[in-house]
Design a protein around this ligand. Structure first.
Ligand code: FES
Length: 633
């Protein structure tokens, strides 16, 4: 019998060719990392493999494949790994081209975290409990509550789940026990002896594309480990709108999305615990932040109202639920808490950004921008706060960009263009040979091309100024050659097409429309902003001057831009460590006004103006001091 294995070359890995499985699923089984920006939705075209042997054992090309791959390319054996399935188990040999291999993916876990006074919601107290005697016939619960109040002034009730272990816990170590309370209101755990040196919690930032979890020692406030993973909901939809439509179309869709994210969190908690020799039962509280849709899907709350006008969330207030309610592996009578939301598209993650940025206490007006598939913007100071959200899409993650990729090994992350010679200098992640371009790279490239006059203010490539870098395509349109075949990992040119430029213009225009709308509401100009806090991975890695040059960030002197990293994660950690901070978050979510851009009469006009490079105010660029006829229309 011939072997029924799928071979992945040149990596030398193989796995059983299981009927019905996609090549991408089998690649994962074999430990082969293939790029899959759209999460197997058949949209990004980044998961290409070349079938060298056994093509007939695979399913026919799907609609996605015929759309993304030309018939010539398909004839040469190229398939999308997320689409091609094993039809007949047989020997299949695949080549995984360099550009489809996923290198080490740079995930931003750290962020600027102002120090907070340690005041966690879970608190342990060591108590000496008066033993039960014939003269002291109080029940165990009364005995415990009395002594807890006497020692700590905490007047708490006892969680019913604790009753089962209570008698043994207080007697096992001669009436010495450690009592854990939640927010000084409820006893959630009683352990024999002294366990006060073990108080752990986990803070989690559930992003649309990635999930980051931090293990916090709540005695010291120290972050002792962090772990991250791509959001496991990605296969159900690249962005939050498509995930919400999945919950509408599929009868059990909401449950399915909840269960995959809970499983994902369980994996992260397990990994964090393994790194520190702990058990998931040692985790007493998990603090979760995420955008409103991620928040609702995690807590099993219907999210479809968030996706349709008037985009009202179901829950604004902070939540605190039992882990069993969600199926989270941790101490069963602990708590899973969240920060509050503000509106359908400004969620707990934005509140968390606000808490860690400190914008809410600034005297002068500033702005916080957290760029993601959805970008949240908050403007104001200690007096007033307004917010909005923009659908900036996944282009900065590399999706819908011809050579786009995430910021992993070989991604071009910085670009310099010499306007005189047209010479291009590149920097890549891990200094590897270029494999593609990530968000910060393409923003740089567009900014540099614009400065060199190779792009006009409408974003059109100007072949006359392109030296030998801009070329016409047979299929129409033109492209800019960023890296020549000889210098790339795949030995083919890496280019930026006119379509790629338009995708970035759409994304940056969405962001700038939000910026301009909030500034208008505040009756201020961008130059009045005393500080712009740039949050999130993209905001951290993108070059601030390039982002200003293309009109994505507000026009402020570059030194006013402050990078605060994964601010949502920082805010979640701060609020896990301090009940005062979570009360502040609740207050801020009430105080912050929300502007729904879709409801703004000037939205279309603002958006059209923001499509220009940098936008309609061209005074900063004397060489581009005209607005094209198309722009004037
Ligand atoms: S992962 Fe296959 S097309 Fe996106």
């Amino acid at each position: 019998m011939t072997e029924q294995l799928v071979h992945f070359q040149p990596l030398g890995r193989k796995t059983e060719a299981r009927k019905g499985k996609t090549l991408l699923e089998l690649a994962r089984d074999a430990g082969v990392s293939i790029e899959s920006i759209c999460g197997s939705a058949g949209k990004c075209g980044k998961c290409k493999v070349i079938v060298r042997t056994g093509a007939s054992a695979l399913s026919s090309p799907t609609d996605s494949e015929t759309k993304l791959l030309s018939s010539d390319v398909l004839r040469n054996g190229v398939r999308l790994a997320c689409q091609a399935r094993i039809r007949v188990p047989s020997r299949i040999v695949l080549e995984v081209p360099e550009e489809s291999r996923r290198g080490h993916h740079r995930l931003l876990a750290s962020g600027v975290e102002p120090e907070v006074k340690l005041q966690p919601a879970v608190r342990k107290s060591l108590l000496s409990i008066p033993p039960a005697t014939l003269k002291d016939l109080r029940a165990d619960d009364d005995r415990l509550i009395d002594v807890l109040f006497k020692r700590t002034r905490i007047r708490a009730s006892i969680h019913p789940g604790v009753h089962g272990s209570l008698p043994d816990a207080i007697r096992r170590k001669e009436w010495t026990a450690t009592v854990t309370t939640f927010r000084d209101a409820e006893v959630i755990q009683v352990e024999p002896g002294d366990t006060t040196d073990e108080v752990f919690g986990v803070a989690v930032d559930i992003g649309t594309t990635k999930v980051v979890a931090y293990l916090i020692d709540l005695r010291t406030g120290e972050t002792v480990a962090n772990e991250s993973m791509p959001n496991p909901q990605i296969p159900f939809g690249e962005d939050l709108m498509s995930r919400i439509s999945y919950t509408i179309k599929e009868p059990e869709g909401g449950k399915r999305l909840q269960s995959v994210i809970v499983d994902g969190l369980n994996t992260l908690i397990q990994k964090l615990c393994e790194r520190k020799g702990l058990q998931p039962e040692d985790i007493l509280e998990v603090m979760v932040v995420g955008n409103t849709a991620m928040h609702h899907l995690f807590f099993g709350i219907p999210a479809h109202h968030v996706a349709a006008a008037p985009y009202a969330p179901v829950v604004r207030a902070s939540l605190s639920v039992s882990p069993g309610h969600l199926g989270l592996d941790m101490y069963p009578f602990g708590r899973v808490s969240s920060l509050p939301n503000v509106a359908g598209f400004v969620g707990a993650d934005a509140v968390s950004d606000l808490v860690s940025s400190g914008l809410y206490k600034d005297e002068k007006i500033g702005m916080m921008i957290d760029i993601g598939t959805n970008t949240e913007i908050i403007a104001g100071n200690r007096e007033k706060l307004i917010s909005c959200s923009c659908a900036s899409g996944p282009a900065f993650e590399g999706a819908h960009i011809k050579y786009g990729m995430r910021a992993s090994t070989g991604a071009v992350e910085r670009v310099w263009v010499d306007p005189a010679s047209g010479e291009v200098l590149l920097r890549t992640v891990d200094d590897a040979q270029p494999r593609g371009i990530c968000g910060s790279g393409i923003v740089d490239a567009i900014s540099e091309m614009f400065k060199a006059g190779m792009l006009d203010s409408a974003g059109r490539l100007v072949p006359a100024a392109g030296k030998d870098r801009i070329r016409k395509l047979k299929t129409g349109g033109s492209e800019f050659v960023l890296a020549r075949a000889a210098e790339t990992a795949m030995k083919e040119d890496i280019t930026i097409t006119q379509h790629d430029i338009q995708e970035i213009q759409l994304a940056k225009a969405a962001i700038f429309t939000g910026v301009a709308t909030l500034m208008k509401k505040l009756k201020l100009r961008c130059s009045d902003l005393s500080r712009v806090y740039a949050a999130g991975a993209f905001g951290t890695y993108v070059d601030a001057s390039s982002a200003i040059n293309i009109g994505m960030y507000p026009d402020v002197p570059v030194e006013r831009i402050k990078f605060i990293g994964n601010a949502a994660g920082s805010g979640a950690r701060m609020c896990l460590k301090s009940t005062k901070m979570r009360d502040l978050a609740e207050e801020l979510s009430h105080k912050m006004k929300y502007v729904e851009l879709a409801g703004e009469p000037s939205f279309q006009n603002e958006f059209a103006q923001a499509m220009f490079l940098p936008h309609r105010d061209l005074s900063r660029f004397p060489n581009h001091g005209h607005v094209s006829a198309r722009g004037k229309a």
